[in-house]
Design a protein around this ligand. Structure first.
Ligand SMILES: CC(C)(COP(=O)(O)OP(=O)(O)OC[C@H]1O[C@@H](n2cnc3c(N)ncnc32)[C@H](O)[C@@H]1OP(=O)(O)O)[C@@H](O)C(=O)NCCC(=O)NCCS
Length: 181
């Protein structure tokens, strides 16, 4: 699904949200390599981001062309700041009423209220699309993300102990969160 470009004002900053374009695949791969190295809160290590340019272009096109997936990029004062997305769960009618969401910003764009703005827009799009439920997973020690998700209306519904094991031998639990739309 396409999210047509929209402008917002955020504490004196101009924010533009819009769907990704296939020709931005290289920028998106660079972003993924950077954000996975900036925190321990994402799904892999930077050296594991080894998708090809063609794969990433296809990823963008599939989101844009699908009737249940959306990928939204955020630009703050003209600079690419990060993205958020939802993807319909599973391929069967029994699971088609809910979608999983994800979000990650470059560290220098965090703490400005941008994540809240993006999630509110994303959830609005999910409602407009007819989804009944949003799901996500977040690491237990990701206090900022947990606070944001809870304040938006997500509640914890499960915990997978030691879901992530880091290269230094430590672990993080993963919390499953859900929000009725
Ligand atoms: C998680 C993320 C998307 C949040 O976006 P953001 O723009 O930084 O968040 P916002 O500024 O909109 O809101 C953050 C909220 O958390 C609060 N917060 C900040 N640090 C906190 C902490 N250590 N503990 C609790 N709350 C905290 C802020 O006060 C704010 O709440 P408020 O609006 O009620 O005052 C962003 O920080 C990010 O991309 N982080 C790295 C990747 C990541 O963790 N992705 C999520 C994976 S599940």
């Amino acid at each position: 699904m396409i999210f047509e470009e929209k402008k917002y004002s955020l504490n004196g900053h101009e924010v533009i949200l819009r769907s990704a374009r296939p020709e931005e695949a290289a920028m998106l791969l660079d972003y993924l390599k950077t954000v996975t190295g900036e925190t321990r809160f994402l799904m892999c290590e930077p050296d594991e981001v080894n998708y090809s340019l063609e794969w990433e272009e296809q990823f963008v096109s599939e989101h844009n062309d699908s009737d249940g997936d959306m990928l939204i990029l955020a630009f703050l004062d003209g600079e690419y700041a990060g993205n958020c997305s939802f993807e319909r769960m599973g391929g069967s009618r029994r699971r088609a009423h809910h979608a999983g969401i994800g979000i990650a910003l470059f560290q220098r764009f965090t703490g400005l209220g941008l994540g809240r703005l993006m999630l509110n827009v994303l959830i609005g799009e999910m409602r407009a699309c007819g989804f009944e439920q949003a799901q996500l997973s977040v690491y237990d020690n990701n206090k900022r993300a947990r606070h944001l998700y809870e304040s938006i209306g997500f509640t914890e519904c499960g915990r997978i102990p030691r879901a992530s094991k880091y290269d230094d031998g430590t672990y993080s639990d993963e919390l499953l969160m859900v929000m009725e739309l």
